[in-house]
Design a protein around this ligand. Structure first.
Ligand code: NAD
Length: 239
């Protein structure tokens, strides 16, 4: 799907779930991959399994200073950053009367501010390298309202908007910025949801591997003229 030989990719939330599938797919396509996550054990194990073209770094995406260190270390080790997948995310829910500010702040901090900090941290390195591809993982919940998911929906709409403004600003630097909008994907985040009740035309819940083709496409040369796009991968659910 893409030849990413000698490219350097950073995947946040890469230790498990859909992020780990992105890590494996980018690695299989030839890239050197930084697995950036809070989960040291799972992230280190994945990087060790993949070998010398993978490394784990401990990162809380809400930590601005740590982002600078991660990018500097990556540039030092591997010479640059070509691809950033802002995938780390959390979800919470509740009716608005029982949706306290702490929940709102937490989901905005990780999903939206974490994405902003990641973009901001890699842009100088991408400019120095002559361009790059930033892939921001939003959600179908960044395209419609959903009961109880107030902070999550707001954060994912925010990721979609940030993607658009960065695409406009960074085009002349050769940096493409696109968003991906998964539907229901079977991971720990969605463990309590039964997909059989969802209106999915393709008649099944998604798997992490259903997203990897889209991320490889956006990371590689096949999407050289694609920026500011939003790609929905949801089995047709929000048609
Ligand atoms: P997951 O909970 O299985 O994995 C999330 C990963 O992000 C974990 O490894 C976690 O440790 C990491 N993470 C969380 N907070 C972090 C932080 N502050 N700093 C660094 N890493 C952090 O979830 P998933 O289902 O694999 O979701 C991945 C992304 O896809 C998220 O952005 C999610 O919102 C989005 N998404 C998921 C679905 C779905 O149905 N699963 C649908 C649409 C969008």
């Amino acid at each position: 799907l893409a030849d990413l030989t000698d490219r350097v990719a950073v995947v946040t939330g890469g230790a498990r779930g859909i992020g780990a599938a992105y890590v494996r797919a980018l690695h299989d396509a030839g890239a050197r991959v930084v697995v950036a996550d809070l989960l040291e054990d799972a992230g280190s194990a994945l990087a060790a399994e993949l070998g010398e073209r993978a490394r784990f770094v401990a990162l809380d995406v809400t930590d601005e200073d740590r982002w600078q260190e991660v990018v500097a270390d990556t540039v030092e080790a591997w010479g640059g950053v070509d691809v950033l997948v802002n995938n780390a995310g959390i979800a919470n829910a509740g009716p608005i009367e029982h949706y306290p500010r702490a929940k709102w702040d937490a989901v905005i901090a990780v999903n939206l501010t974490g994405t902003y900090l990641g973009c901001r941290a890699v842009v100088p390195a991408m400019k120095a390298g002559g361009g790059g591809s930033i892939i921001n993982i939003s959600s179908v919940e960044g395209m419609r309202g959903s009961t109880h998911l107030h902070g999550y929906v707001a954060s994912k709409f925010g990721v979609r908007g940030l993607t658009k403004s960065l695409a406009v600003e960074l085009g002349e630097a050769g940096i493409r910025v696109n968003s991906v909008h998964p539907g229901f994907i079977d991971t720990e985040m969605t463990a309590k949801i039964d997909p059989s009740g969802l209106p999915i035309p393709l008649r099944r819940g998604g798997r992490a591997e259903d997203l990897t083709g889209t991320v490889l496409y956006l990371a590689g040369e096949s999407s050289a003229y694609v920026t500011g796009a939003e790609i929905v991968v949801d089995g047709g659910m929000i048609n």
